[in-house]
Design a protein around this ligand. Structure first.
Ligand code: AMP
Ligand code: ZN
Ligand code: ZN
Length: 427
């Protein structure tokens, strides 16, 4: 155990002098308070302890890195690994993609097919982000098993500083640590919670952690991606990442960081709306979800009439029966996917009526997952990762096998393949 610790400590110093030089010359000075043996441990089966921290900055478009306000993220990308882009899964919205990142499954396969869902087998309840009892109900999540559940089953401790699903006892298991979602908790407090978990003694210290920031997504919706408000939110996300990396450095913790987003953001406008009540009689439909795309169920006996209205050509929108969606979306088999999906052209919105149209924000996502506006962020930095490496674009399903390898827990069958991202890892 001792020799492993010393070796790991040496690695920390090496990483300090190499991977981090750009960022933190001063912070790399030896820290006197704690010895390496205090902080760099081994897991219960004697493997070197490199915690893995998966960080999501919701709605962070990779080109936000070019705004001149992200010195820490840019330094981590330059000295570690970055992807030219990471493709989200369809639909490019928050809950489906966060669950994909931690299961390696497409939304059709993990069951979180939307932020808003109906399921005939969970009668009388609509799953919505704002419905906290639904978010807690494992029946919505149980079609898949997220990393933290498999980790806990394998005696690897997990600590989840917000992540869709983390509040539910999925398959009866919860993370060792988690917090009920609270969008008012500041980025700094989220970081400090993670650092506090890192301060736990030996066996109770988590090995897999997540950290989630929502304020860049919120600013993107409210003001639009190309605004000073988004730039300010991006700068504050960078400051939070700096607080985290400084805190880790001060503790001599040599963590593998994977920094991602779930999707990008496109400018939208009340002037670019497709209004569904002008296309199909609203009395015939139940609109489950709307915005960048609409999910529509026909009322009893109205399938044919609804199909006739929706399946013709429309400006700025295309509709399909769920079974006829383009194969590349890998979407439409799950019973929770509504009967019809109507997808807007990027930067347009599909809204049920004038009232909903009037509430349209200035930014949105959920569009075709290959569109350039929807591409997501991927940066990795730490002792397991190569330096100064740029990966060609890859699908976000591959993040899962990468993390499972890093935490030494067997990956469950998924849509992800380690080979697709292995170029990120040191041989
Ligand atoms: P959307 O932009 O419509 O895909 O929804 C994203 C929003 O979901 C974020 O901006 C958060 O406010 C919210 N959100 C993120 N995580 C959670 C969670 N664990 N529980 C409830 N709401 C969440
Ligand atoms: Zn999101
Ligand atoms: Zn959003």
């Amino acid at each position: 155990m001792k020799s492993l610790s010393v070796k790991t400590f040496a690695y920390t110093l090496m990483a300090c002098s190499m991977a981090w030089t750009v960022v933190l010359l001063t912070a790399c000075a030896p820290v006197a308070q704690k010895t390496a043996a205090d902080t760099v441990g081994t897991s219960s089966d004697n493997r070197a302890y490199h915690p893995v921290i998966l960080i999501s900055i919701d709605g962070f478009k990779p080109d936000y890195l070019n705004r001149g306000v992200t010195p820490r993220l840019n330094a981590l990308a330059a000295s570690g690994v970055r992807a030219e882009a990471m493709r989200p899964s369809f639909p490019s919205i928050t809950f489906p993609n966060h669950y994909t990142l931690v299961t390696g499954l497409r939304p059709d396969h993990h069951g979180i097919v939307g932020n808003t869902m109906d399921d005939a087998r969970i009668a009388g309840v609509r799953f919505k982000l704002s419905n906290s009892s639904a978010v807690l109900d494992r029946r919505w999540w149980d079609q898949a098993e997220p990393i933290w559940v498999t980790a806990e089953k394998n005696h690897v401790r997990s600590a989840i500083m917000f992540w869709p699903g983390s509040e539910a006892a999925i398959h009866g298991v919860r993370p060792s640590e988690y917090r009920p979602y609270n969008d008012k908790l500041s980025p700094a407090d989220r970081v400090d919670t993670v650092l506090g978990w890192m301060d736990k003694p030996g066996a109770s210290r988590p090995q897999f952690l997540t950290l989630y920031f929502d304020h860049v997504d919120h600013a993107g919706h409210e003001f639009g991606p190309d605004t000073a408000e988004v730039t300010a939110a991006v700068a504050s996300a960078d400051a939070a990442i700096a607080r985290l990396t400084d805190g880790l450095r001060a503790r001599q913790i040599d963590a593998d960081l994977i920094i991602v987003s779930d999707h990008g953001m496109a400018a939208t406008s009340p002037e670019r709306i497709v209004q569904l009540d002008q296309i199909v009689n609203p009395l015939l439909t139940n609109v489950v979800t709307h915005g960048s795309y609409a999910g529509i169920n026909p009322k009893e006996g109205q399938e044919e009439a609804v199909a006739k209205a929706l399946l013709q050509a429309h400006e700025h929108m295309q509709c399909w029966k769920k079974e006829n969606l383009p194969a590349r979306f890998e979407y439409g088999q799950n019973p929770r996917v509504p009967r019809f999906i109507c997808l807007a052209e990027v930067s347009w919105l599909v809204e049920p009526d004038a009232k909903a149209a009037a509430k349209a924000g200035k930014g949105g996502h959920g569009y075709d997952n290959v569109s350039k506006e929807m591409q997501a962020l991927f940066i990795a930095n730490g002792p397991s990762f190569r330096q100064a490496t740029v990966l060609p674009p890859f699908d976000n399903v591959h993040v899962y096998p990468l993390i499972m390898k890093l935490i030494h827990v067997p990956a469950l069958p998924s849509d992800g393949k380690l080979e697709a991202v292995e170029g990120a890892l040191l041989p």
